[in-house]
Design a protein around this ligand. Sequence first.
Ligand code: KIV
Ligand code: ZN
Length: 530
Amino acid sequence: MSRKIYVLDTTLRDGEQVPGAKLNLYEKLEIAKQLKRLKVDMIEVGFPASSKGDFDSVKTIAEQVGKDVVITALGRAVKNDIDAVYNSIKNAEQPMIHMVLGTSDVHVEKKFKRSRESILEMGVEAVKYAKTLLPEVQYSPEDATRSDFEYLWQTVEAVVKAGATCINIADTVGYAVPELFGELIKKINYRLKNMNYKVLLSVHCHNDTGLAVANTLAAIRNGADKVECTINGIGERAGNAALEEVVMGLKVHPNYYDGYSDVQTTELLRTSKLVSAMMGLDVQVNKAITGENAFAHSSGIHQDGLLKSRDVYEVIRPEDVGAQEMELVLTARSGRHAFRHVLGNLGYDNLAEAAFDTIYESFLELADRKKEVYDHDVYYLVKEYYTGKNQEFTGNGIELYGLVDFQVISNTLFPTATIKLKKGEETLVQSANGNGPIDALYSAITTMVGKDIQLKEYRINSISRGKDALGRVSIQFQYNGKIYNAKAVDTDVIKASVMAFLNGVNKIVLENKANYEDQEKNQEQHVSNK
Ligand code: KIV
Ligand code: ZN
């Protein structure tokens, strides 16, 4: 029978140890609430003995978020720390004390300069004390993977006898490799379950050699009941096991791991974005599950296969992790099948074969010059084809927005922007102010296009040795609730930002063209009713 694997999220404790990723209380609360929506079983919310600020935030989170989820916080195996943990989490519905104490000789001899026996005794006393405060106590033998096995086991045995309810084997410096770590977990699990089958065996893996997720999954395969992870794999140094990867690994291979988690996987992407935005830590584009390209396909062979059947190149469905859909990125390597698909989406599925061939050739030329070809580029290719032949181009009733010019005034008092756009033959001008020049520009565009659009995410990065800027936006069209991602590159950061937003607007216009006129009317109604 498949086992439930408990998931503890430590983004707010180990994850927050990332330099520069410090969060304020409001941000921690937002993340904790989202972790609850994600349905993790346990949340580690801080290290309350480290400062008054940390104590206060652990306490507030425990009180405001601590229902239907285990709340824990970390301390060293000393009375002061345990008191701080207890006092900060005691008002949660299911509080658990977590303490850590090294078991490797490096820790015992070099860090503590004590004997193995005295450290073991210290751990036992700490657990006994914690048990006078709360029934649930987790004990983490720090640097367990570099510890002498028999001493590690002696420690585990002694602290379980003292009342520990969960043993968390920590690969503190990311030293483990999956095969050996699996064997270690199997051995400990065998002895532990024979001793007291109710005690949970947990693992906490760091990513110093890039194996944190692999080690965590190997532990599950070998009997671990619980895993400790962080969102986006953030954490001390190279980080921790990425929660989204462990959970999806388990979901893709439930039989192999003989387990499942209760994590609501459709909340994974949202959680990743929230943590990334609040901590100011970008997610690498090719990161599994939550990277921007995780579901983007660009090679012609893959696009062709996917269009025939998604499972040809898709092992995880984007919808399962909260991504909207797979993305076919048109590049010079895209084939005719993918190009025809995009044309079809734009309403040009009935082109004569000769017209298709010519437009496809111009697409390839454009794709050689541009890295990515967007849907609105394809629309313009079709338009060029018809107007070049002096034939009527109705554009399915759509006119896209093109940038003519803009001006921004950036100051602390009154940032203002004026923008001139072209829509078909029409030229539109609009000014607006905002919190800054980009905000002002986006307000001007939103007012001008008259659609209920909300900016969800905006990023600007330098690329190609700092000469070009890549602007990226995620905007939500309130009419259908859908998020549209768009980007643009320019040497001018403001222009890259404007173009990214306009590309997003054009995506909305194109994708919603089928009942475009109705929507325009509904939008006007929707906006005027506000
Ligand atoms: O890496 C580590 O050893 C830890 C423990 C507190 C579990 O973070
Ligand atoms: Zn750690």
